[in-house]
Design a protein around this ligand. Structure first.
Ligand code: PGA
Length: 252
């Protein structure tokens, strides 16, 4: 068994008003007191302040779903890394496929955000994943490797302990379709091989790689038992405490 600690993260996306977010967070804090894995929740920006108070002093890490690639200045509508830190955010999700596809974020743009996060000592969950078209064309490995290489360009080996990779096949997100345990594990293994090429085998061995895409209580245990799957980035099922905690309880 690997020495990697499993890591379950909830991405609430554009859901929950402040009061609902605070009560969901409170249930999660309560239910994950004895969790053996790392637990993170990423509410929308507007609820970070409320949720921050709820998770304070608990073992639930506060995450944000995005941030600006600039430190400060004239960027109307953007949220800076210092604003996130000010609210107690410890980790930021970058490169989510919804940001890539709907909002046109490129590998280079995502790389600039990861660089800023490393400079400012903020943990990152860095998302990669192929579309259905790319998978059907037999290009999943190539696409995911390219995203990893471009996203981590010029990131020092010593910074990698602050980065978690989330493999999220686009066709599995919010669709109810999950990659088979074997298909997901295969791509995770390709990501490890890519990390070995860019950095070294020991770096690749230590890197925590989550799977994301319709993870639910019914499929979590099998996915999390795979050799290369070290956790989950959960969307829909993270919006209900009972479901999210059931996934947390599947982690080792
Ligand atoms: P899902 O979302 O669990 O609803 O498929 C996962 C994600 O987008 O992180």
């Amino acid at each position: 068994m690997s020495s990697r600690k499993q890591y379950i993260a909830g991405n609430w996306k554009m859901n929950k008003l402040s009061a609902e977010a605070a009560s969901l967070a409170a249930e999660i804090v309560k239910g994950s007191k004895n969790a053996s894995c790392r637990v993170m929740i990423a509410p929308p920006f507007t609820s970070l302040g409320e949720v921050s108070k709820v998770v304070k002093g608990s073992n639930v890490i506060l995450g944000a779903q995005n941030m600006s690639n600039e430190k400060s200045g004239a960027h109307t509508g953007e949220i800076s890394i210092d604003m996130l830190k000010d609210l107690g955010v410890g980790v930021v999700i970058l490169g989510h496929s919804e940001r890539r596809i709907i909002y046109g974020e490129t590998d280079q743009f995502i790389n600039s955000k990861i660089k800023l996060a490393m400079k400012e000592k903020m943990e990152v969950i860095f998302c990669v994943g192929e579309t259905l078209e790319e998978r059907e064309a037999g290009k999943a490995s190539e696409i995911v490797s390219k995203q990893v290489i471009n996203g981590l360009k010029d990131i020092a080996k010593t910074d990698l302990s602050m980065i978690t990779i989330a493999y999220e096949p686009v066709w599995a997100i919010g669709t109810g379709k999950t990659a088979t345990d074997k298909d997901a594990d295969d791509v995770h293994s390709i990501i490890r091989k890519t990390l070995t090429k860019i950095y070294s085998a020991d770096v690749a061995e230590k890197m925590v790689i989550q799977y994301g895409g319709s993870v639910k209580p019914e499929n979590a245990a099998k996915l999390l038992s795979m050799e290369n799957i070290d956790g989950a980035l959960v969307g829909g099922a993270s919006l209900k405490a009972e479901q999210f905690l059931a996934i947390v309880n599947c982690a080792k």
